[in-house]
Design a protein around this ligand. Sequence first.
Ligand code: GDP
Length: 614
Amino acid sequence: KKEAAQAEVNKDDLRSPICCILGHVDTGKTKLLDKIRQTNVQGGEAGGITQQIGATYFPVEVLKEKIAPIDPEEKQVFKTPGLLVIDTPGHESFTNLRTRGSSLCNIAVLVVDIMHGLEQQTLESIRLLRDKKTPFIVALNKIDRLYGWQATPNGGFRDSLAKQNKSTQNEFDTRLQATIVAFAEQGLNAVPYYNNKNFAKNVSLVPTSAHTGEGIPDMLQLLVQLTQERMAASLMYLSELECTVLEVKVIEGLGTTIDVILSNGVLREGDKIVLCGLNGPIVTNVRALLTPEPLKEMRVKGAYVHHKLVKAALGVKISAPGLEKAISGSRLLVCTDDDDEEELKDDVMSDLKDLQRWISTSGKGVCVQASTLGSLEALLEFLKQGKIPVSGIDIGPVFKSSVRRASTMLDKGHTEYACLLCFDVEIDKEAEKLAGEMGVHIFSKMTIYNLVDDYKAFYDNLMEARIKDAAPTAVWPCRLKTLAVFAKREPIILGCEILDGDLRIGTPLCVVKVHPETKKREVVSLGRVTSLEINHKPKDIVTRKEQGAGVAVRIECAVYEQSKTYGRHFEEKDEIYSMISRTSIDTLKEHFWEKVSTDQKKLIKALKPLFNIP
Ligand code: GDP
């Protein structure tokens, strides 16, 4: 049956590949999109380029015209009807164009500013592209900013480069090499596209200028070639419905609408659709399928063309009742008479439920909130990489309930997790106020990288402060022998040999007396170490190696303690120990354990029985 269906396929049944543009802010993503959309073709709707919802469609005729500067004889073969470029650059739309772990975006353009190289969001984009196994090319943009660049508007890159003087060519080479090295550091083999012999292995670099249009023919041709090569022919035929919600928008006169990318299949007016909602699955009927009015001189703002039927790949606005709680990034399914509606409902909701798997089983962790399913997933993946546990997730604006949920960490004594990490969401004023009152920290950033970094910085500061607070209760193990007595009573000053461990200022010291008859042990506290000297040089810590002929130790009691006297409470034969306790050991374990040596751990173990610590 399938074969028969395929035999019937004509060019109208092919679908175009979908392309996304990603990269660091200000690299020229928007400008590049604008430049690709410009055309010289007269009349009609800008030569057949159709402005859709959230995307621009380039039919083959337009691509041909744009590639012409480097393909004057029109040798390029086109196997697809065109190319659909998603209009919202950045990874918000990329992460949303997803279905169960893979991407609906067939190819991506990663824009890098040739003057700046790889920046933070470039790295973030690379991670996302890798995670979703999306093939991509790199537009090495802003070549017109190279010193002395002579522009050939809309020209092919190699012709343009050949026309530059030597020093400009040299600067290009230097910057190209630097970019290649930077990609190599990310484990990627980047090659200028014209030298790329293996597209499956190497990332192609296409130098471009969004200002002069140079390199854009090269970039488009490469996109066409790669999608044709990389996409199995079957993928390009219209088949099962694949549709994703990119945005949920309130439109005057239409109410809440959803902007979707139909990446495969057909949608009809009246179709019963099923999608993921904040409060459960949404089932509704398509009232209207809308695309913007064609570009005219006098375009009426907000006017739409209605469609009875739309075919992939395209961006379309859906008007339907009951879309208020729809979630961006949700898949959209069509429920036919043959389908089990309940099954479809479970299916769409599983996207949200799946994300629950990121929640830490320990019950400890930060709360996370993002604008869309896709961005939430991307953020959770980043947090996992950073080993930051998550205790709660949500989509949409932050209200008081989110703050309250995060505040439960305070009750559990985990200030470090009483945090809300918010990506691309609004924060309600009341919620913000409540957070301030309760002591919940809200982190809100437009990039995942910065968000995670901010949280890490907060966490580190908090931990450092805690370690400082904990330092007095941490007791490092030590065993001493008295060599000389410089002062017998408060403050006691002794010359000691460190037998085991090391000695620090602040360490409480004691001797352990055993009753001659009852054999009962009695711990006699001597006070804390208030100064340490070797050869009259003050020290904070003295290790056994450093001690030389011995260390001068001053021991002072707290005001509320009874002071001790050498010769009465303890003698030369008594070994002196640091006074450890269950609490002091726990403090060491919690804050300093990685700094405690194996020998010190052994000593703690050996000292425990003296203090009746199990
Ligand atoms: P986005 O944040 O990546 O979308 O970047 P934009 O497209 O908004 O561009 C950021 C700035 O860089 C703007 O001032 C652009 O005019 C400028 N820009 C973008 N592309 C180019 C280019 O190819 N050459 C030069 N000289 N400037 C560019």
